[in-house]
Design a protein around this ligand. Structure first.
Ligand SMILES: *[C@@H]1O[C@H](CO)[C@@H](O)[C@H](O)[C@H]1NC(C)=O
Ligand SMILES: *[C@@H]1O[C@H](CO)[C@@H](O)[C@H](O)[C@H]1NC(C)=O
Ligand SMILES: [Zn+2]
Length: 405
């Protein structure tokens, strides 16, 4: 959901006039959390709002995560964490940090540090009842990152957990293909429990739908539009194929937990002009899977498209008139643990990095974070300070539960 350049520059100027006074004011704000670092020998920070501001102020649209990775590593290092930058590809690094001696700790806490485009600057505004922070990444997922770190620090300072209990992992590339989390499979970690941070409105997610993405390419033959029988319209082929997909959509598996499997025809393009028979056309499709496996659905898609378009084949033509290119293998619905007492539980319809990290036998996985996914990728991405602070409490509960069991 992109926004206009005008709105962007309005936001930018509004923020630059607000940013410095707000930042100067911040030191005196009643919302600042006082330091609790009494028992710990680590110089841990408990400045939730400051950490969130520093993270959100750095632009880190997927593929441009270098600055935020380096900043986060140095911030954790300065607090006494051991850190590691894992190169995912040139200038793109995951950040691994552990406060004790145990790199392969039994609890892994993780989220992502890339964001979707475009960038909106950090802005904080107050009214009588709320303090609201807006900006790209302020929810998805820098709210989770900041709340996770502060929750960990508070538990460490209060000696409720041991430094050897936890390891933090912040990955790049979640918003694109999950290459950051897939690279994390090479880190030689085998945690008993993982807490994933994504906006869940402070609830525990008990699962999310699976996913299968693909591109369909219709193969046409150009001709003058007055003599269409001399060619084959790729646009007509594609329309037939898409109609078949829409019909198939009504018969894909459902489940009580996740509802219907849904098909989104997200992008269509084809042809060059009204008076030319289209030589090529293509569509990008995403299926959100509520039941069954991506393999089954793949088969159904191929069969339906083949049947709907075989009438376009020329005599003796062997190749299909529609090529389907699947984006990877896809994944089935992802069940997530939700047995921590005291939380509302629901399912979410968005994908996460969870299927990209190979599970360890008997491992528990939780998904929790502040803020709403409904604003996450929008031009009005924002979170209240209250929700951010509550998430620190939420993460502390989940961490304690995980280390208790
Ligand atoms: C945020 O950045 C400022 C400016 O570099 C720094 O002084 C402050 O310590 C940082 N705070 C946190 C919590 O990272
Ligand atoms: C204060 O801000 C919040 C969050 O932006 C909003 O929901 C609320 O309606 C506002 N309240 C007042 C009194 O303006
Ligand atoms: Zn996210």
């Amino acid at each position: 959901m992109r926004t206009s350049g005008l709105l962007y520059s309005l936001l930018a100027s509004a923020s630059s006039s607000l940013a410095s006074p707000a930042q100067q004011l911040w030191g005196q704000s009643p919302l600042e959390v006082p330091s609790l670092a009494i028992h710990s020998s680590l110089p841990l920070s408990h400045d939730l709002i400051g950490l969130h501001r520093n993270l959100t102020s750095i632009e880190s649209i997927s593929y441009n995560e270098l600055e935020v990775s380096k900043w986060l590593q140095s911030a954790l290092k300065a607090q006494g964490y051991s850190t590691e930058l894992q190169e995912v590809e040139k200038d793109r690094y995951n950040v691994l940090a552990w406060p004790g001696k145990e790199r392969n700790a039994k609890l892994l806490i993780t989220s992502h540090i890339d964001t979707v485009p475009p960038f909106y600057p950090y802005k904080i505004s107050h009214n009588d009842s709320d303090t609201t922070i807006s900006g790209r990444g302020s929810v998805d997922a820098k709210a989770s990152v900041a709340a996770q770190i502060i929750a960990t620090n508070e538990l460490l300072s209060a000696k409720k957990i041991s430094p050897d209990d936890v390891v933090l992992l912040y990955v790049v590339g979640e918003e694109v293909h999950g290459d950051g989390m897939r690279a994390a499979n090479d880190l030689d970690l085998s945690p008993k429990t993982i807490i994933f941070g994504e906006p869940t409105e402070g609830k525990l997610a008990s699962g999310h739908k699976g996913m299968l993405g693909f591109t369909m390419k219709a193969i046409g033959k150009a001709a003058h539009s007055g003599y269409p029988w001399l060619g084959r319209s790729a646009n007509e082929v594609l329309v037939k194929a898409l109609a078949a997909l829409m019909q198939l959509g009504e018969h894909l598996p459902q489940s009580e937990k996740y509802g219907s499997t849904t098909i989104n025809i997200g992008r269509i393009e084809g042809g060059v002009a009204a008076n030319v028979v289209a030589e090529s056309a293509k569509a990008q499709v995403a299926i959100r899977i509520a039941a069954g496996t991506p393999g089954d659905i793949k088969e159904k898609v191929v069969k339906a498209v083949k049947a709907a378009t075989k009438e376009f084949k020329l005599p003796g033509e062997k190749e299909d008139v529609v090529e389907i290119e699947f984006a990877g293998t896809g994944y089935a619905p992802v069940d997530i643990d939700s047995d921590v007492p005291g939380f509302d539980v629901f399912t979410v319809n968005y994908g996460t990095d969870i299927p990209n990290l190979d599970p360890v036998k008997g491992q528990k996985r939780y998904l929790y974070g502040p803020g709403s996914i409904l604003v996450a990728h929008s031009d009005h991405e924002a979170i209240t300070v209250k929700d951010l602070e509550e998430a620190v409490g939420g993460y502390k509960k989940i961490i304690l539960h995980a280390l208790d069991s």
